[in-house]
Design a protein around this ligand. Sequence first.
Ligand code: CP
Length: 364
Amino acid sequence: MVTEKLKPASNRPDENPLDSEGLYPDPEKFLGKDYIDLNILKKLVGRSILSVDQFDKKTVLELCKFAALLETTEIAASHPLDGKIIITAFFEASTRTRLCFESAVLRLDGKIISIPTGMVTGVAKGESLSDIGEMFNAYGDLVVMRHTETNAVDEITKNLRLPLINAGNGSGEHPTQALADWFAILKWKPKLKEAQVKHKHKIHLGILGTPGSMRAVNSFLRMSLLFKSGIRKISIVSEMADPLGPELAQMLEQSGISFSLSNDINEVLSDLDVIYMNSIAFLGDSYKTLDSRYKLDRESNLKKDAVVLHPLARLDELDPTLDGTHHNLYFTQAHGAVFVRQALLIAVLNRFDRLPEKQIPLSN
Ligand code: CP
């Protein structure tokens, strides 16, 4: 089915919302004339989203196509989340993820109950997370939670009977960040969605960070393995002796993707097509800033068309002089996260029937 001429979404300005800072790839080019396969997305109905390992490539692709559609379609008037209450429970600081989820919900006409910091809850008096989970059952329809502790997901799900979206658990995972990351990459290079990718289109992916202890990088690497048909090589650059840990090392080896480990970005930088970097490493209960040797700026020896992704917040490893260049995919990555999260919320809450039929190329 070919869609009618779609109106731009009210939440997407006609012009580059980034005011020409960086790359802003067109979501319609990624979407093409494809259907969105509802049968695949409906498998997410009522499910919690805790780890990237729950996803296969088809589901990620359908979610990203759906997100691209939401980015280019006026659907606010259909009130897709009308009557739904989302609890955003953040027991750890966040700029993007909480506000992005809340923006996604409000733009779909859902309602929010928000915990911006755990210390405004009974946690301040010693209340357990499992008891808080039992309370949430009565207050909302879905919970988005971030927590400092990796086992927080296990704790809250002891009593929680609502779908839970993991918005970052300690040094564990950040699965919706990985969806936002790959949404940006796929918009930048739509050929990567194909089952067979010609060698000349395959990417050399560089990861600056420690996937074994940084949740965003962990989830990004796991999701990247789903797109192995489009990856020529993965180079991991970290100051840690063992940046992967045994599980990720085994996953990488079993994927068959060529990969290398290094502690010097300059060994690989000039050959990288995509550079995924992160600023902060979890070390036990604390963060550690990365060595300044890993800093990128406008003078770095980047390949002509290389793009840089960063889940943000950045520290001095990603210099603002890159913001105004075509290497900057990190602002698109952050901006597009709203649409990915909208796609996920509509799927988990099964609100496909609220979408404007004439504008949505859905197949049953
Ligand atoms: N990307 C990300 O998780 O950012 P926040 O910590 O600001 O939510």
